[in-house]
Design a protein around this ligand. Structure first.
Ligand code: AVI
Length: 314
C-alpha cells in the first residue's frame, strides 16, 4: 500500500470541493493511455512541438546561445522517449557542437528505453542518463561549472498552478548559473474549439485516461468505485486559458476506500477536480518568472502558432 497516495486521496476527497492529484494518472495503464493521447488527431500539442524541433532546428540551435568551442551540458527534465529531442541532438552533432546529453527521469525504465533507442541512432552522442528528482540532480550538476541548457518540454509546466510553476522556475534558476538557458515548451492560449477537443477526444481515450485514476484507487487502495457511474467533464475558456478536467458523479452514491478506512459521498452532478492544463502567453509567462532571474530571449512557435518553445536565459 502506498501511504502517500492514500493520504493524498483522503485529503482531496475530504474537501468541500473535491480534488484528486493528476500525478497519479501515470500507472502502467495511464502511461499507455497517455501515449495514445499524444497520437490522437485532436491532441495537437505533441505534433506542434515536434514540428518546431524538426522544421526549425537551426533556429532552435542558435537560440540556445551556446559556443561551439566550449563544452556544455544539455539536460532534459522528464525526457520520455526523446522523440522530439532527437532532432535537436542530431542537429547539434551535425554542426560540431561539443556537449553531453543528460536526460533526467524519475523512472529508470524510461531512461533505459531512451538510451537503447537513441544511442544506436546517434552513435557519437555522449549520453549520461540521470535517474531521480530533477532538482536533486541539478544540484549535483552545479559543481561541473559547464554551461547548461535545460529542456522542459511537452507543456508539462501546464499541469502546475501558476504558483507552483513560479516556485518550480525559481528552484530551477537557483540550480543554474548566469548565462545558462532553458527551453520551456508550453501550449499557448487559443480558442475553445481547438483546446477543448484535445481534452475531450471523440474516441474517449482522454475519458479512459482520467477515469483510470478511479480504477487505480480501487486496485491499490481497495476502493469500490463503480467507474461506470462517473463521467469525464473537461472545461476551458479562452479568457482564463486553463483546461480543467473533472470526474463527475452521475448519481448520488457513496464509495468506500478500504486502505483509508473511509466512505465518501458524491451527489449526482458533483465534480472532482483532477487536472489543470495551463495555456500560456507572454503575460502568463512573465507572471511565473517575475521572482526569478530568467529573461525571455526568444520564442519559437509552430506554423499554426498553437504551441511555443520559450527560450529563457538566466
Ligand atoms: C502531460 N500533460 C502535458 C498533458 C496535458 O496536456 O496537460 C496531460 C494530459 N491530460 C489529458 N490529456 C493530456
Amino acid at each position: 500500500m502506498n501511504s502517500q497516495f492514500a493520504a493524498d486521496v483522503d485529503a482531496g476527497l475530504s474537501k468541500s470541493s473535491k480534488t484528486l492529484p493528476s500525478k497519479y494518472f501515470y500507472d502502467k495503464k495511464g502511461d499507455e493511455l497517455f501515449m495514445q493521447i499524444m497520437a490522437l488527431p485532436e491532441y495537437y500539442l505533441t505534433r506542434a512541438e515536434l514540428e518546431i524541433f524538426t522544421e526549425q532546428t537551426p533556429l532552435l540551435i542558435d537560440a540556445l546561445g551556446m559556443n561551439k568551442s566550449q563544452h556544455f551540458e544539455l539536460i532534459e527534465m522528464g525526457a520520455g522517449d526523446g522523440s522530439k529531442t532527437k532532432f535537436l541532438l542530431k542537429g547539434l552533432l551535425d554542426q560540431g557542437y561539443d556537449f553531453d546529453y543528460l536526460p533526467i527521469d524519475i523512472s529508470g525504465n524510461v531512461l533505459e528505453h531512451l538510451v537503447e533507442t537513441l544511442q544506436p541512432e546517434l552513435l557519437s552522442l555522449s549520453i549520461k542518463a540521470q535517474q531521480g528528482d530533477y532538482f536533486e540532480i541539478l544540484k549535483t550538476l552545479k559543481d561541473s561549472h559547464a554551461p547548461k541548457v535545460v529542456l522542459f518540454l511537452g507543456s508539462n509546466i501546464g499541469n502546475q498552478s501558476d504558483e507552483q510553476a513560479a516556485a518550480f522556475m525559481y528552484s530551477l534558476g537557483e540550480n543554474l548559473a548566469p548565462g545558462d538557458r532553458v527551453v520551456l515548451g508550453a501550449d499557448l492560449i487559443k480558442p475553445v474549439d481547438v483546446v477543448l477537443p484535445a481534452y475531450n477526444d471523440s474516441q474517449g481515450v482522454t475519458k479512459a485516461f482520467n477515469l483510470n485514476l478511479l480504477t487505480r484507487i480501487n486496485r491499490e487502495l481497495s476502493g469500490d468505485f463503480d467507474v461506470s457511474q462517473f463521467e469525464h467533464a473537461p472545461e476551458y475558456t479562452e479568457e482564463e486559458g486553463i483546461a480543467k478536467s473533472f470526474i463527475q458523479s452521475k448519481v448520488d452514491q457513496t464509495v468506500t476506500i478500504g486502505a483509508i478506512g473511509q466512505t465518501y459521498s458524491f451527489k449526482a452532478g458533483e465534480k472532482v477536480h483532477v487536472e489543470i492544463s495551463r495555456k500560456y502567453n507572454k503575460k502568463v509567462l512573465a507572471g511565473i518568472l517575475k521572482d526569478t532571474d530568467f529573461n525571455l530571449v526568444n520564442t519559437l512557435k509552430d506554423s499554426k502558432a498553437y504551441y511555443g518553445d520559450f527560450i529563457l536565459e538566466r
